[in-house]
Every structure is written in structure tokens, then in C-alpha cells.
Design a protein. Structure first.
Length: 236
């Protein structure tokens, strides 16, 4: 399968990390498409924020707007049906007996990237960009560099293709992610991400903090807040 090296597909959830990855891709590739997934997530407000962010990005960054292609949203409700997690059920966020947080949705990133590769195959896109990270994350095994490299091999073998799974955030923390956004799009991009993206696991949107909207107490909010504090203190 011939894939175009100048094109990228970004897994865009509506959160800080994937928004930063989208900006990263728009700086590097001629055409960038986005893909998102509904899977019965408790914080479905992230899906409501996706078009808000995309519209604002087009309006505020005309050079990127010319490169930004179609957005695709896929319904993966079956994933939510088979998952018993704090992201797909109204249950407490806590550590499990397996040593993983209850927000871990088994197979989620593997499934997302497989569907993304299927769309990329059809579109002739070589680069698939995801915001997974080992440095400042919740301990999810499907965010590890080894997992992504193994999946890239499997996808390329299974589809007889040469996809590249890009992970621009893999070795930086949340402070570094804020700093990367600033390098890519200046203070305007930082503010756009701060104001319009959503990371809170509980789906709280009616509380605003210095670092954005959210409950302020779930693991996603805590990571984002601490990263913002370090970034503002110059610790990125």
C-alpha cells in the first residue's frame, strides 16, 4: 500500500495532550486529518469540546487552517459495554488489585490506533499521531513506548503497510506539554488549549481554574494542574 509521507492522522480526543499533538502535526505535515471516538466515556463532554477547539484553531491559526483536513468520529460503544472501569461506569476512581488505576480501559489505545490505521490505510496516510506518554501519566500499559512500537509492527505486518506511529509527548511531562504548545503556537495556543480542551475524568465543565476547566480533584485534573504550575514557574 502506497502511503503519503506528507499526510498525518491525529487521534484527537478534545483534551490537552491530543490538542498539542494536533498542533505538532500541523507544523510538520502538509495535510492533517483528525479522528475521535465515542465509547460510552463518562467524560463525554470532551467530545463536545472537539469541534469548539477545531473551529477556534482554524480561526486563530490561518496557516494551520489550510492544512487541517476532515474530522472523523467513530462510535465504539461496544468498548464501553465490555469495560468495567471508572471511565465507563459511575464508580470510584481508585487503584485496583492489579496495581492499575480504575480509569484504565483495557485495550482502548490498541483499539483506537487500529481503527485509526484502518482509516489511514483508506486515505493513504503514513503518519498516525497519538498523545500517549510514559513520563507523566497514570500507569496505563497501553501508553508505553514498547506497546506503541509493538503495535506499529503488528499494524504494518497485518496491513502490508509502512505506517509510522508518532508519539511527540512520549518522553515529556505535562509541564513540557504546555511548553511545547507555547513553542508551536505561542501564548494564543496555550490559552486556546487552557480554555477549550477538556481532560477531567468526571466530565466537570462548570468550574474554571488557572489551568482550565474540571473538578480539580480527579487524577487527570491533578496532572494538568501540577503541570501548569511547573510550566508557569519555568520548570518545563
Amino acid at each position: 500500500m502506497a502511503l503519503d509521507d506528507s499526510r498525518a492522522l491525529v487521534l484527537f480526543s478534545g483534551g490537552q495532550d491530543s490538542a498539542t499533538c494536533l498542533a505538532w502535526a500541523l507544523e510538520r505535515f502538509e495535510t492533517v486529518e483528525t479522528i475521535g471516538f465515542t465509547y460510552g466515556q463518562r467524560h463525554s463532554v470532551e467530545m463536545d469540546q472537539r469541534p469548539i477547539f477545531l473551529d477556534a484553531l482554524r480561526a486563530g491559526f490561518p496557516d494551520w487552517a489550510r492544512r487541517l483536513g476532515p474530522d472523523t468520529v467513530l462510535d465504539l460503544a461496544a468498548l464501553g459495554q465490555v469495560s468495567e472501569t471508572a471511565l465507563t461506569r459511575e464508580t470510584e476512581i481508585a487503584m485496583t488489585e492489579a496495581g492499575l488505576p480504575s480509569t484504565f480501559v483495557p485495550g482502548r489505545n490498541l483499539i483506537f490506533l487500529t481503527y485509526a490505521a484502518t482509516l489511514a490505510y483508506r486515505r493513504g496516510i503514513r503518519h498516525i499521531v497519538t498523545g500517549v506518554c510514559e513520563t507523566d501519566y497514570s500507569g496505563y500499559p497501553d501508553c508505553r513506548d514498547d506497546t506503541i512500537k509493538a503495535l506499529q509492527v503488528a499494524l504494518n505486518l497485518g496491513m502490508e503497510a509502512r505506517f509510522v506511529l508518532e508519539t511527540p509527548l512520549m518522553w515529556i511531562d505535562k509541564a513540557g506539554t504546555w511548553a511545547l504548545a507555547e513553542r508551536l503556537g505561542g501564548a494564543a495556543l496555550v490559552e486556546l488549549i487552557r480554555d477549550t480542551t477538556h481532560s477531567c475524568y468526571l466530565g466537570v465543565r462548570d468550574r474554571e481554574h488557572d489551568w482550565g476547566h474540571g473538578c480539580g480533584t480527579c487524577p487527570a485534573c491533578e496532572l494538568r494542574a501540577k503541570g501548569w504550575e511547573r510550566y508557569r514557574a519555568g520548570g518545563a
